[in-house]
Design a protein around this ligand. Structure first.
Ligand SMILES: [Zn+2]
Length: 568
C-alpha cells in the first residue's frame, strides 16, 4: 500500500444531479455469480472539516459464507489504533450498537470492536449491525518539502535509537486537505480460520478486507470537493451551505474519502474509465503530470493485466508522511504532496522551491509513484492479499508494474535506471548502514524500520520478477500475469500463487522457477544478486541509475543545494 520514498530527491460545487454506473454489466454479473452475499455498508456521515470532526450512523449487513458459525462480528477501529496514528488518543467513538434492531453487548479490546450477536450466526445466515459514531481527526502540520523531509528521514535512519516508524498521516487533516483513511468501523475478514484479529504492526499497509458494497451519504460544506472511492450518484445542496453527496461503490475492500476546498481537477477518459487528478493550485504542473502518467499507465495495464473493474479512478494529492509516497484504495490513490512541485509561477523568488521545481528527477519520481499506485488497482483492489502477513504479494508486484510501465513508455534503458534508483539503491544503502539481508516472504512486523522494509519488500521483491521474466521469456511471463489476474479476481492470493501460475505457463522450467523463488523470496543472496553494501558499489548503482549525475549540470545542482543548506 505504502510506497516508501528513500533517498530519492537529489538522485534523482455547484448543484449536480447525475448518475454514474459504478461498474459495468459484465463485472456485476461475474461478481454476483462468483462473489454472492457480499458485506453491505450503509453509512451516513456529516464531515465538519473546520472542526476536524465527523459523525453519523453505520449499518453493516454480513452473511456468514464459511462452514462454521460465529457468535460475534469483529470490526477494526483504526482511528483508535496507536500503531496507525502513533497517538494514544481514541479518535473514534461508537455508541448505541444494535443487532437486528435490539441493543447488543459489545467489547472494545484495543483497536477492535466486538459486537456479540446474542445467538450464533450459522453458515448462510445474515445479520445486520447498526451503530452511531463520532470522531475527531488529528491535525498535521502539512508536508515540508521533499529535500527537508528526506533529510529528516535520513537522520532517523542514521540514528539507531529512533527506528520507530513515523505516522503516515493516513487519518489526519492539514489546513488544506482532510485525509480520511480507514475512518469508519471496518469489518474484519472472516475466513476458514475465523476472524482476522491480527493487529497492525505500524509498518506498511493494513489492508486485508473482503470486497464489499457501500452506499455512503456524505454531508459536507458545499465549497469542499469530496473525493471518494466509488461513484457519486447524486449531489444535493441545502439552504445552509452544505451538500449531500450520495456515493455508491461495489466490490470495494475499503472506502476512502479526501476533502479540500482548494482542489483543482483535471479529468480524462482512458478506455471507458474516467480518471481524475486532484491537486492544490500551486502544484498544477505536477497535477497535470500525474494525470498524464495515470492515463498512460492505466491504458497499458488494462492491456497487459486485464480490464479495470470500476468506472472511475481518482489520483489525489494528499499530505503523507514517514516516507509514504502514495497510498492505494479501491478506485482512488493518494499521492504525497511532497511529490508535487511548486509551479514555476509560485516558485518565483524562492531559491529552494526554484531548485526543486527545475529538477527533472522530481517529475520522474512522481511518475514512478503514480505508476506504482495505479498498478495497485490490479494488485490489491482486485487481486487481494494479506498485507500484514505477506506485504510483498502486492507491493513487489506494483513496483515491478511501474518498471514495466517505464519500459513500455521510455524503453528498457529507462527501466534499468528506475530499477537501479527505486530498488537496488535502497537495498545497497540498507546494507551499507549495517542492515541484514532478509527473505522477502516475511510478515511486515518482522522488518526493522522503513529502510529495511523498502529494501527487501519493494527492492528485492520487485527485482525477483525481472529475473523470473528473464527465465520464462516474455510471452510466458505476460501470459502468466494475465492469467494470475483473472484467476484471483477479487480473491486473496497466497505468497506462491504467482509462481504456481508461472509454472503452468512455462512447461519444462518448473524446477528452475521453484529454485528462483527459493533463492529470492526465502533465502538471502541479495549481495550477490543485487550488489554489495559498500560505498563504491552504491555509488556505481547511483551512477547507473542517473546517467546525468556526472554532468556539470548535476555538479551545479549539488553545489547549489549545499549553498542553500549553508545559508539556512
Ligand atoms: Zn504500494
Amino acid at each position: 500500500m505504502i510506497r516508501h520514498l528513500i533517498l530519492l530527491w537529489v538522485l534523482c460545487v455547484s448543484a449536480v444531479n447525475s448518475s454514474f454506473a459504478v461498474v459495468n454489466k459484465s463485472v456485476m454479473a461475474r461478481a454476483n455469480r462468483e462473489l454472492p452475499s457480499r458485506t453491505k455498508y450503509e453509512i451516513n456521515v456529516e464531515i465538519k472539516p473546520e472542526m476536524r470532526a465527523y459523525s453519523g450512523t453505520e449499518k453493516v449487513t454480513f452473511t456468514n459464507r464459511q462452514k462454521k458459525p460465529t457468535g460475534y462480528l469483529l470490526f477494526f477501529l483504526y482511528p483508535n489504533d496507536h500503531s496507525l496514528t502513533k497517538s494514544d488518543k481514541k479518535y473514534l467513538s461508537i455508541s448505541n450498537v444494535k443487532v437486528s434492531h435490539s441493543f447488543a453487548r459489545v467489547e472494545e479490546p484495543g483497536p477492535f470492536l466486538k459486537v456479540f450477536l446474542g445467538k450464533e450466526l450459522q453458515p448462510g445466515q445474515s445479520v445486520t449491525v447498526e451503530f452511531d459514531f463520532s470522531a475527531t481527526l488529528p491535525a498535521q502540520k502539512g508536508n515540508k518539502d521533499l529535500f527537508s523531509e528526506t533529510m529528516d528521514e535520513l537522520m532517523r535512519m542514521l540514528n539507531p535509537g529512533s527506528a520507530t516508524q513515523q505516522d503516515y498521516g493516513l487519518f489526519s487533516s492539514t489546513k488544506d486537505i482532510v485525509n480520511l483513511g480507514l475512518w469508519y468501523a471496518a469489518l474484519s475478514k472472516y475466513d476458514a480460520e475465523g476472524w482476522d484479529e491480527e493487529k497492525y504492526s505500524g509498518l506498511g499497509d493494513v489492508s486485508y478486507f473482503d470486497p464489499s458494497d457501500f452506499i455512503v451519504n456524505i454531508v459536507a460544506p458545499s465549497q469542499y470537493d469530496v473525493v471518494t472511492t466509488g461513484s457519486v450518484q447524486k449531489r444535493i445542496p441545502d439552504k445552509d451551505g452544505k451538500t449531500m453527496h450520495n456515493i455508491e461503490a461495489v466490490l470495494s475492500r475499503d472506502f476512502e474519502v479526501e476533502l479540500s476546498a482548494r482542489y483543482e481537477e483535471k479529468t480524462r477518459i482512458a478506455n471507458s474509465t474516467t480518471i481524475r487528478s486532484y491537486y492544490l493550485p500551486e502544484h498544477s504542473e505536477s497535477g497535470v503530470l500525474a494525470s498524464d502518467a495515470a492515463v498512460r499507465a492505466f491504458e497499458y495495464y488494462e492491456r497487459i493485466f486485464g480490464a479495470y473493474p470500476y468506472s472511475e479512478l481518482d489520483i489525489v494529492e494528499a499530505p503523507l508522511f514517514g516516507g509514504a509516497g502514495g497510498v492505494e484504495f479501491p478506485g482512488l490513490v493518494t499521492i504525497s504532496s511532497l511529490l508535487y512541485k511548486y509551479s514555476s509561477e509560485t516558485a518565483k523568488g524562492d531559491p529552494l522551491k526554484q531548485l526543486l521545481a527545475s529538477s527533472g528527477s522530481f517529475d520522474q519520481l512522481l511518475e514512478f509513484v503514480v505508476a506504482h499506485e495505479v498498478a495497485h488497482q490490479w494488485w490489491n483492489a482486485v487481486v487481494g492479499s494479506n498485507s500484514k502477513r505477506h506485504p510483498f504479494v502486492d507491493e513487489a508486484m506494483a513496483n515491478y508494474s511501474a518498471i514495466l510501465y517505464f519500459e513500455h513508455t521510455y524503453g528498457r534503458e529507462a527501466a534499468l535506471q528506475q530499477m537501479a534508483m527505486q530498488m537496488k539503491v535502497n537495498y545497497q544503502l540498507h546494507r551499507m548502514l549495517g542492515g541484514p539481508d532478509r527473505p522477502v516472504q516475511l510478515p511486515a512486523k518482522e522488518f526493522k524500520g522503513a529502510l529495511e522494509y523498502s529494501a527487501i519488500v519493494y527492492g528485492k521483491g520487485a527485482l525477483y520478477f525481472d529475473h523470473l521474466r528473464d527465465l520464462m521469456g516474455d510471452p510466458s511471463f505476460f501470459t502468466t500475469i494475465k492469467s494470475y489476474y483473472d484467476s484471483f479476481w477479487f480473491r486473496i492470493a497466497a505468497p506462491d500463487d504467482f509462481t504456481k501460475v508461472a509454472k503452468r505457463n512455462a512447461p519444462g522450467k518448473q524446477q528452475q522457477i521453484d529454485a528462483l523463488y527459493r533463492r529470492w523470496m526465502l533465502e538471502t543472496h541479495g549481495d550477490e544478486d543485487i550488489g554489495p553494501g559498500t560505498f563504491d558499489a552504491l555509488l556505481k548503482t547511483v551512477m547507473a541509475g542517473n546517467p546525468s549525475i556526472a554532468t556539470d549540470n548535476a555538479d551545479q545542482l549539488l553545489q547549489q543545494l549545499e549553498e542553500i543548506l549553508n545559508e539556512k
